[in-house]
Design a binder for this molecule. Structure first.
Ligand SMILES: [Cu+2]
Length: 97
């Protein structure tokens, strides 16, 4: 007979596996952006990135000239993100880890 405690333990175990799998599909990418003149540019880039399929989170900081983007690896990649930013008239340098 399964007790309530062990049922919860088993559930927690499977939940942790699901979380590990979900995390493995995600990646956080940092891109250095050149050519942004003000905070509005950063906001425009951020809004554009957020619209893209596979982008879970996007934060563009004008002072740092950096975009930190959380993606789903099976849907989008750094090259596609860079292309979108370049199309908006900026330059992109991928950050080395
Ligand atoms: Cu601007």
């Amino acid at each position: 007979m399964i007790t309530k405690i062990s049922a919860i333990t088993i559930l927690a175990f499977f939940l942790s596996i699901v979380l590990v799998i979900a995390e493995a599909k995600e990646e956080t990418i940092t891109l250095n952006i050149r050519g942004m003149a003000c905070g509005q540019c950063a906001k425009r880039v951020e809004d554009e990135l957020k619209k893209m399929d596979g982008v879970k989170e996007a934060k563009v900081n004008f002072e740092d000239a950096k975009a930190v983007i959380k993606i789903e690896k099976d849907k989008i990649n750094a090259e596609q993100l860079s292309e979108a930013i370049i199309k908006m008239g900026f330059m992109v340098v991928k950050e080395k880890k």
